[in-house]
Design a protein around this ligand. Structure first.
Ligand code: VG1
Ligand code: CO
Length: 542
């Protein structure tokens, strides 16, 4: 029986950079998840009888919300739901499944790199039929609907068994429980030279992958250990846990420190990598050689043609605005366009759909291509492995050659976390107020050439996104960017992105912190970070 349940709006359901993310206990309020899911459905047209994909990163509340989604999808008239077995789908695998099954869209249940557990975070994101995160016009409509909603529809039924493969009926709707890994792993085999990677591993190449007790475990074991023949144990923390074993599943130098230490040890393996909660991010560390995500994007773009899936070259490269300009130099050399978009994967979808870009990336450890419409952690690792298998050099050698060819963009991101929201807003407002006065001024970082608040016009549909981050560009090409995070669930996080370029005949071997020190000081002065936040130093440096 379909039940129509009266409800009242919640005022805090505005999707952020990547869907709605809140504390689990906020999602546990009566009607909270239901309101959001109904608001998504109410913002869509024409899904009657169509397919919806649903799955998540296995975090706390995943199973409960999947049952809600199934019953609401049935009550709202979807014809079929594809759900990953056990409720598991990595974000890129969900994207692939939406595309491969010609689904109307999908709900991805994840708070990605945010911690999980009863006191931590949960999230829901809607992806459209191209497999990518809903664009702003859709998320704006969803938000508007959350503020007006007065009822939702749900089928009264027993929970569906999501732990057994196969199809069952829920009301008039079919529920198909699918293997979350197989189709995705097959796609990877089409893109990369598995035989070459397998040979490299068989010849003694050593490798360590940290799934951080999050969703990539089953994918990584299947692909790296089973299909590529890496020894058992290559994948660490391979079982997805609802609380990620109390870890913070963010693959950066702070939260993936164990991997970092292993890669810096005397007996380090040749290659190390990690992924995040929902499997769309990647961290790459060669033996004794950390690769910044921005550099990784540049190296992958410069070498992608070595993998079968990209042998015919790239159509273009896209990067988010705060991501370093390293990829720009590669695009220039390849003679292909470079697009600079706001932060968040949803801005790449149109470029990928239009065939304008093939590879995209973000400084936050996200890289991906037109094979799906999400960033893809395991994909990035496989492309690295394919490149290593062809070039037969170490990661450190590849980086050194890359910098010697293109120059080096020293880069760091400083995050100031858990700032009171009004203080963070005050800091950004003060910066925006003085933008016009900054050009031609001199500070510790040098002479400011221009300063603006980044706005983006999508070249495919001319939609405009404003206020995407304050940029200070210096005469020597250095850059500082300030923006507030749109994925946090507590207070505000200020992100400061610092970049300095040195040409190919210049100082390529500096320590990043030394190379950036004057710019770090400049960022603190110009934005008065200590004054606004009371913090003398960032909480996290990546
Ligand atoms: C962060 C990153 C951004 C990324 C987003 C989602 O957003 O900076 O590059 O696309 O997370 O990634 P923000 O607004 O907090 O800076 V994931 O892996 O959390 O889906
Ligand atoms: Co993620």
């Amino acid at each position: 029986m379909i039940q129509t349940v009266a409800t009242t709006p919640f005022s805090d359901q505005k999707p952020g950079t990547s869907g709605l993310r809140k504390k689990v206990r906020i999602f546990q309020q009566p009607h909270y998840a239901e309101n959001f899911v109904q608001s998504v459905f109410d913002s869509l047209e024409g899904f009657e009888g169509q397919t919806l994909v649903v799955g998540g990163d296995g975090r706390y509340l995943n199973r409960e919300v999947i049952q809600i989604v199934l019953k609401m999808a049935a009550a709202n008239g979807f014809g079929r739901v594809l759900v990953g077995k056990g409720g598991i789908l990595s974000t890129p695998a969900a994207s692939h499944l939406i595309r491969a099954s010609s689904a109307f869209g999908g709900l991805v249940l994840s708070a990605s790199h945010n911690p999980g557990g009863p006191d931590e975070d949960f999230g829901i994101k809607y992806n459209v039929s191209n497999g990518g995160p809903a664009p702003e016009k859709v998320t704006d409509a969803i938000h508007a609907r959350t503020l007006a909603i007065d009822s939702y529809r749900i089928l009264q039924a027993e929970d569906v068994d999501i732990d057994r493969l196969g199809t069952s009926k829920l009301g008039g709707m079919a529920v198909e429980v699918v293997d979350p890994v197989a189709a995705y792993a097959d796609l990877m085999e089409q893109l990369f030279d598995f035989a070459a990677i397998r040979t490299m591993i068989a010849e003694g190449f050593t490798f360590s992958f940290d799934s951080m007790s999050a969703v990539t475990g089953p994918y990584a074991v299947e692909i790296f250990e089973k299909r590529l023949g890496a020894p058992a144990g290559t994948v660490q923390n391979a079982t997805p846990l609802p609380d990620f074993g109390h870890h913070h599943p963010d693959p950066n130098l702070v939260h993936a420190k164990e991997l970092y230490d292993r890669m810096m040890a005397a007996d380090a393996p040749d290659f190390g990598a990690a992924s995040d909660g929902d499997g769309d991010r990647n961290l790459i560390i060669g033996r004794h050689c950390y690769v910044t995500p921005s550099d990784s994007l540049a190296v992958l773009a410069a070498n992608a043609h070595l993998a079968p899936g990209y042998a015919s070259g790239l159509k273009g490269i896209a990067r988010s605005m705060p991501t370093s300009g390293a990829a720009d130099r590669v695009a220039e050399k390849l003679g292909i366009p470079l697009y600079e978009t706001p932060t968040g994967w949803k801005f790449f979808g149109n470029l990928l759909d239009a065939g304008m870009a093939t590879i995209c990336g973000e400084e936050s450890a996200g890289t991906g291509s037109d094979h799906v419409r999400e960033k893809d952690g395991i994909w990035a690792v496989l492309l690295w492995l394919n490149i290593l298998a062809v070039r037969r050099q170490s990661v450190a050698e590849i980086m050194a050659e890359h910098w010697a060819t293109y120059g080096r963009n020293y880069y760091a991101r400083h995050d100031y976390e858990a700032i009171a929201k009004d203080r963070a807003d005050g800091l950004m407002a003060a910066l925006r107020d003085k933008l016009a006065t900054l050009p031609a001024t001199v500070n510790s970082g040098g002479t400011v050439k221009s300063a603006d608040d980044f706005a983006y016009t999508d070249p495919t549909d001319q939609s405009v996104s404003r206020s995407q981050g304050v940029r200070l560009l210096f005469e020597d090409g250095s850059r500082i960017v300030f923006r507030l995070s749109g994925t946090g669930t507590e207070g505000a996080t200020l992100r400061v992105y610092i970049e300095r370029y040195v040409g190919e005949d210049n100082e390529l071997g500096l320590e990043t912190a030394d190379a950036l020190a004057p710019l770090v000081r400049a960022a603190q002065e110009v934005a008065d970070i200590a004054g606004f936040t009371g913090m003398e130093r960032p909480s996290v440096i990546t």
